[in-house]
Design a protein around this ligand. Structure first.
Ligand SMILES: *Cc1c(COP(=O)(O)O)cnc(C)c1O
Length: 420
């Protein structure tokens, strides 16, 4: 459920007609709905409300915009960060150190120091090597890094291969059969406090079963660690809940997810931690675009060339992902079209042979469900600059990320003297 609906035949974000935003800031532009962000954050919290001790950290990589993070922070969510840049954003948005979890296989020494100095709540360490390095860095400063060990449970998340993270061959976590040994060895190092275990098996999951399989294995590991005399007070269950990109697709609700977690994990006697990203912000954004021209083809569907491209929304090019496409002011007629961007790559294709609202040059359209892994993956490929972002709140809206023009990017480049 989101707040992008037609009012009197015009697609609106909450109470703002999308044409108003296009007129004010141009296209392409990402448009986020504050009410939708809040609705999803609250639905996620409500789904877990029956569990005794819960910590929710919004996975910033899904949408790191400061205004989006501010909404999350006002909803009481912490942050799951995967870089020093994300850590700085979380702090800037008002999330406090203890509510921040730092994940990722490649934390640099500088990022570890940054996390320690911010007093973050938990480092999710992904290898014994990383744990040893972090312990040394913390000890040298007279500090202790609070850590969970991320395990790779070797389960198939049954999602796109590029966003599956819990198979043995993926780079994430330590093999679960070696986890107890690694945890025990790290726990004795000065500079480290091992307090828990973590898993995150992938993104855009459509079924709960792979998550349940992973959680069962994590529960067995907790029992094994405790039997060996280790203390385990936290279990981080990661993120991964998927969202429907196609009208009519059905995904598990936060309530169903919470019920499964309750069934599998309620006897663990730990604080259960969660790192939702997409499920909170995916449906809370659209990418608004304008049709540049419709290029008739001699045989088959015409090409609808829009002003958004793969540099603005990479998911279709990267994962073959589907985004529903709707006209902002539908005429009532339909067309079968190939929807493409202007970039000089065949991969810059949003849809082939798709049945969509009839579109003509100058018309506005949206790619729906673009609030997660959208603007954050943007690049300036083809020297197109960086896409602008807007947030709507009822009848008002504000630019929450300026469009970065190609000239600003060129201005950061230098031609060395010896080429002049
Ligand atoms: C990406 C990521 C998440 C969030 O995944 P979603 O599918 O957006 O919920 C959570 N935890 C970790 C460690 C991640 O890398």
């Amino acid at each position: 459920m989101d707040h992008f609906e037609y009012q009197n035949g015009v697609l609106c974000a909450e109470d703002v007609p999308l044409g108003t935003i296009a007129d004010a800031v141009g296209t392409p532009v990402y448009v986020y709905s504050r009410a939708t962000l809040e609705r999803h954050a609250r639905a996620f919290k409500a789904g877990l409300a029956h569990l005794p001790k819960v910590h929710i950290a919004f996975a910033i990589k899904a949408n790191p915009n400061l205004a989006v993070l501010k909404v999350m922070s006002r909803e009481g969510l912490g942050a799951d960060v995967v870089s020093g840049g994300e850590l700085a954003r979380a702090l800037a948005a008002g999330m406090t150190g203890p509510d921040i979890v730092f994940s990722g296989v490649g934390k640099t020494a500088a990022e570890m120091v940054q996390g320690l100095e911010a007093g973050i709540g938990q480092f999710n360490i992904e290898s014994e090597e990383e744990g040893i390095e972090l312990a040394a860095i913390a000890a040298a400063r007279g500090l202790r890094a609070v850590c969970a060990l991320r395990v790779n449970p070797d389960v198939d998340a049954r999602t796109h291969e590029k966003i599956s993270t819990g198979k043995a061959e993926n780079k994430f976590g330590v093999p679960i059969d070696r986890a107890a040994g690694i945890y025990t060895r790290l726990a004795v190092l000065p500079g480290i406090e091992m307090r828990g275990v973590a898993v995150h098996i992938g993104s855009q999951l459509q079924q709960l079963q792979p998550l349940e399989d992973a959680f069962i294995k994590l529960g067995e590991l907790i029992a094994e660690l405790r039997a060996g005399g280790q203390s385990v007070t936290h279990a981080d269950l990661g993120g991964g809940l998927g969202v429907p990109y196609k009208a009519g697709d059905v995904f598990p609700s936060p309530a169903e997810y919470g019920a499964m977690v309750g069934r599998v994990c309620s006897q663990w006697d730990v604080t259960l931690m969660f790192e939702p990203g997409r499920v909170i912000c995916g449906n809370a954004g659209v990418l608004l675009t304008r049709v540049i021209r419709v290029k008739r083809s001699s045989n088959g569907a015409p090409f609808v060339v829009v002003d958004a491209a793969m540099n603005d929304l990479a998911r279709p090019a990267m994962y073959g992902a589907w985004h529903d496409i709707d006209a902002v002011v539908p005429s009532g007629s339909r067309m079968i079209a190939n929807v493409v961007g202007p970039i000089c790559e065949t991969g810059d294709t949003f849809a082939m042979g798709r049945d969509i609202d009839a579109l003509e040059a100058g018309d506005l359209a949206v790619f729906r469900t673009a609030g997660a892994y959208g603007a954050t993956m943007a690049s300036s490929y083809n020297s197109r600059g960086f896409v602008c972002e807007v947030m709507v709140d009822g009848a008002k809206f504000a630019v929450v990320a300026d469009r970065i023009l190609p000239a600003a990017i060129t201005a950061a480049e230098r031609v060395p003297e010896w080429l002049e």
